[in-house]
Design a protein around this ligand. Structure first.
Ligand SMILES: O=C(CO)[C@@H](O)[C@H](O)[C@H](O)CO
Ligand SMILES: [Mn+2]
Length: 289
């Protein structure tokens, strides 16, 4: 099991450059850095090559996260939006592959965060989402990339809220490189049991996010980490465990994640680094790896 952190912990915008964080997370002791793929198409090949070299030099593996925008929604009822989504993913996956990334996770099948001022068509969105992911799966497979479909809580997405729904979706897609992704923050809201949800995902679990119920770093709250760790061991999970803390207010990240109070307790960067380092030690101990 490899342990990582989403670099957005330190940032306010999904567009923030992730290159400078590779060395930082290596120094903090992580194996993996997760980067936002939202704006990767704006990076030059030279920039991507340099980031890839820095990662290799620091023994860091990269993974990617994305919350696709409404205009790139693979499950949209509007065919022009679905086509734009497919084109966006093909370009994004091509660039993601330049960083040697093998895992991209998020609401790939839909968009994020969902605009609930509009009527919800769960059945139609799910059917179009299955078709959309099916339509980009082989493109990703040819680049050696797994598509990890994130199960989110009801306030952020309506298509997949539980591990069981995630598994059924992934089975309907029926491609070996399309997997389920779980996140303890969302599980805390939707699942009856953390352990059972992880066992339901079983061999289909492709990526795993961690965070407390208020998205502080693991170890500061009341998620049943021991239960989570036992279940991950039971299913022989060998993928990445990426902590995804969101503690800062402000910017698009603060607004998309609904961070309306300072959860850093006024921490400066040094203290935030220390929190991440301590949480990593806690995560390795309680989850394994
Ligand atoms: O859990 C979440 C959102 O609540 C994330 O994984 C998100 O989809 C992605 O980080 C967007 O970049
Ligand atoms: Mn997540």
């Amino acid at each position: 099991m490899k342990h990582g952190i989403y670099y957005s912990y330190w940032e306010h915008e999904w567009s923030a450059k992730f290159g400078p964080y590779v060395e930082k997370v290596a120094k903090l002791g992580f194996d993996v850095i997760e980067v936002a793929a939202h704006h990767i198409n704006e990076y030059s090949d030279a920039e991507l090559a340099e980031i890839r070299h820095t990662a290799t030099d620091n023994n860091i593996v990269l993974t990617a996260g994305i919350g696709p925008s409404k205009s790139k929604n693979l499950s949209s009822p509007d065919i022009a939006v679905r086509q734009a989504g497919k084109a966006f993913f093909e370009q994004t996956l091509t660039n993601v592959a330049k960083l040697d990334i093998k895992t991209i996770g998020g609401a790939l099948h839909s968009y994020w965060p969902v605009d609930y001022s509009e009527p919800v068509d769960k059945k139609g969105d799910r059917a179009r989402g299955v078709e959309g992911i099916h339509g980009i799966a082989d493109f990703a497979a040819n680049l050696g990339i797994n598509l990890c479909i994130e199960v989110l809580n009801r306030f952020e997405n309506h298509v997949l809220n539980t591990a069981a729904e995630g598994v059924a979706f992934v089975r309907d897609v029926g491609k070996p490189n399309v997997k389920v992704m779980l996140d303890t923050f969302h599980m805390n809201i939707e699942e009856d049991s953390f352990g059972e949800a992880i066992r339901i995902a079983g061999p289909l679990l492709g990526h795993f996010h961690t965070g407390e119920s208020n998205r502080r770093v693991p170890g500061k709250g009341r998620i049943p980490w021991h239960e989570v760790g036992l279940a991950l061991r039971e299913i022989n999970y060998t993928g990445a465990v990426v902590m995804e803390p969101f503690v800062k207010t402000g910017g698009t990240i603060g607004s998309d994640i609904r961070v309306w109070r300072d959860l850093t307790d006024g921490a400066d960067e040094t203290k935030m680094d220390e929190d991440a380092r301590n949480s990593l030690a806690f995560s390795r101990f309680v989850l394994g790896g």
